[in-house]
Design a protein around this ligand. Structure first.
Ligand code: GLC
Length: 548
């Protein structure tokens, strides 16, 4: 399979990217209008989250028709134009395939509800009586994962919202239907795919209660998942296209297989363990300061583990489901710019393919909403209720949402200091973050020292230097929780990457040979040294090169 080490992917959440027609919602034409901005940043691929027909209960991750465009985003002509305009600029368009479930508004589900046996087999129905849940599994958005349909006297499985019914991949007809979807978009000139929660597609043969957890251990990286992915890739001929699987609660062993060169399943994986180091006891809704040691250990395990196993990581901090990284692991008040840049360099210099989520390249922050009426996301609204039911005060629940809500990443892209951050001339569907007057494209494009300019440098550097794509990685300062440090080696060249994860000065020993190395990147002017040691200032990043 093809190697994507020199490429950078940019993720757009269309609803919040750019509104071309003033209805307050971002749209496909809005993306077309901004392609030159993306080209200028230097990206190679553009992944857009789903724009298919959908009731939008989960903002498009509830697909009702894989072959048609949701009018809210535009038309099929707009989509064709987007593909054409991307191709003109040598940007490959990647679409988001939500194949674990469909919306309950999908024709297949309607026909299942109408009693058609064929379509009931497309989903996971169970015959247990109304007063007995088939299993105790929990939905990832809160509550039971089963919903009863009185007219059928059956339950159906939904690992996400009640309007997102899980597909039955054990049924070969379902797999054929999904292959057709891929072929349709491939024929249109799409260059790659992101597969939503794709490691959940293979459910166990037996559905049983989980006495240890919420059920995920039964269907995560399920029994036939590798087989199904191989089949999908083979039968649609997408081996050489860029494909990335979103892997929920996965393991290193499985990701080695999903992304292994010879396995022909996917080109790379998103895994999320490094984004749970601030979950108290693994609970997203319980706040904790990030555990930096845990973060370092996870990076080390995944970077070296994937290297040894010949797998390939997607490198990322941000997406449409994650709070903004600068608010989460940086310091947006005192060291906003330094920490945004350091966090970028920390992952862009690793082994894998980096993903930049819209606005991340500007250092966009969390939303800082303090009223529940501001939130839009189904998960946030569900959990707000759950938190209140659990006895939290409104204030406490809002503090938790402010840190954890997915809406933190869904605020309008900050284009300029104009009203609504230049995102829309109408009323935005979700309020812009208040800091758009300082943090925006217009300002940062002009500033060679901006977060944007730093991302641009990182993306260019990856293309220039083979070592970033090809080099081996080894971790340094392993016992020091404050510094994330590693080296890359390739054909006699060495890069040293040092990142201070804290808002304090941290001193580390300087190895002898580094004295001759040149600094090729950093977020402070000069390197500070004392008694042969390097003093890393708050959130400092330094990249040293043996060969420049
Ligand atoms: C993935 C998507 C998320 C969506 C969920 C269910 O995690 O990234 O936005 O809600 O799958 O489709």
């Amino acid at each position: 399979m093809t190697d994507f080490g020199k490429k950078t992917v940019y993720q757009v959440y269309p609803k919040s990217f750019y509104d071309s027609n003033g209805d307050g919602l971002g749209d496909i034409r809005g993306i077309v209008e901004k392609l030159d901005y993306l080209k200028n940043l230097g990206i190679d691929y553009l992944w857009i989250t789903p724009v298919f027909v959908s009731p939008m209960n989960d903002n498009g991750y509830d697909v009702a028709d894989y072959y048609r465009i949701n009018a809210q985003f535009g038309t099929m002509e707009d989509m064709d134009e987007l593909i054409r305009e991307c191709n003109k600029r040598e940007i490959g368009l990647m679409l988001d395939m939500v194949f674990n479930h469909t919306s309950t508004e999908h024709e297949w589900f309607h026909r299942a509800l109408a009693g058609e046996k064929k379509y009931q087999d497309y989903y996971i129905f169970r015959d247990d009586p109304e007063d007995k849940l088939p299993t105790n599994w929990q939905s990832k958005f809160g509550g039971s994962a089963w919903e009863y349909v009185p007219s059928l006297k059956k339950w159906y499985l939904h690992l996400f919202d009640v309007t997102q019914a899980d597909l039955n991949w054990e049924n070969p007809e379902v797999r054929e239907e999904l292959k057709k979807v891929i072929l349709f978009w491939k024929d249109k000139g799409v260059k790659g795919f992101r597969f939503d929660v794709v490691n959940l597609i293979s459910k166990p043969e037996l559905f049983e209660n989980d006495m240890e957890g919420d059920g995920r251990r039964f269907y995560t990286d399920g029994p036939h998942v590798h087989e199904y992915l191989k089949e999908l890739t083979r039968d649609t001929g997408i081996e050489d296209m860029i494909t990335v699987g979103e892997m929920s609660s996965t393991s290193l062993e499985n990701c080695i297989q999903y992304s292994g060169q010879d396995e022909k399943e996917l080109s790379m994986c998103f895994s999320f363990h490094h984004l749970k180091v601030d979950y108290k006891d693994g609970n997203k809704w319980a706040l904790m300061e990030p555990d930096r040691m845990a973060l370092k250990k996870l990076f080390e395990a995944w970077q070296t583990g994937m290297q040894d196993g010949n797998g390939w990581n997607a490198l990322f901090w941000c997406n449409h489901d994650q709070p903004r990284i600068v608010s989460r692991m940086g310091n947006e008040n005192l060291y906003w710019k330094e920490s945004a840049k350091m966090l970028a360099a920390a992952i862009h210099m690793m082994r894998g393919t980096p993903y930049v989520y819209q606005g991340e390249e500007l250092g966009m922050t969390n939303a800082h909403y303090n009223d529940i009426s501001r939130y839009r996301d189904v998960e946030s609204l569900n959990y707000y209720k759950i938190l209140l039911d659990q006895g939290r005060t409104k204030e406490q629940a809002l503090t938790i949402l402010a840190a954890r809500s997915r809406d933190n990443s869904r605020t309008p892209m900050q284009w300029s200091a104009a009203q609504n951050a230049g995102f829309t001339e109408g009323t935005p569907w979700i309020a812009a973050s208040e800091n758009y007057k300082e943090i925006n494209v217009e300002t940062e494009l002009k500033d060679p020292d901006s977060v944007y300019s730093f991302y641009k440098k990182l993306i260019a550097l990856r293309k220039e230097k083979d070592i970033i794509a090809e080099g081996t990685i080894d971790f340094l300062e392993k016992e020091n929780p404050d510094v994330l440090a590693y080296k890359r080696n390739y054909q006699g060249e060495e890069l040293i990457i040092l990142n201070n994860l804290t808002a304090e000065n941290v001193t580390i020993p300087q190895q002898k040979e580094w004295k001759t190395y040149q600094k090729i990147l950093g977020n402070y002017e000069e390197i500070t040294k004392e008694d042969g040691k390097i003093i890393l200032r708050p959130f400092e990043n330094i990249v040293l090169d043996s060969r420049s």
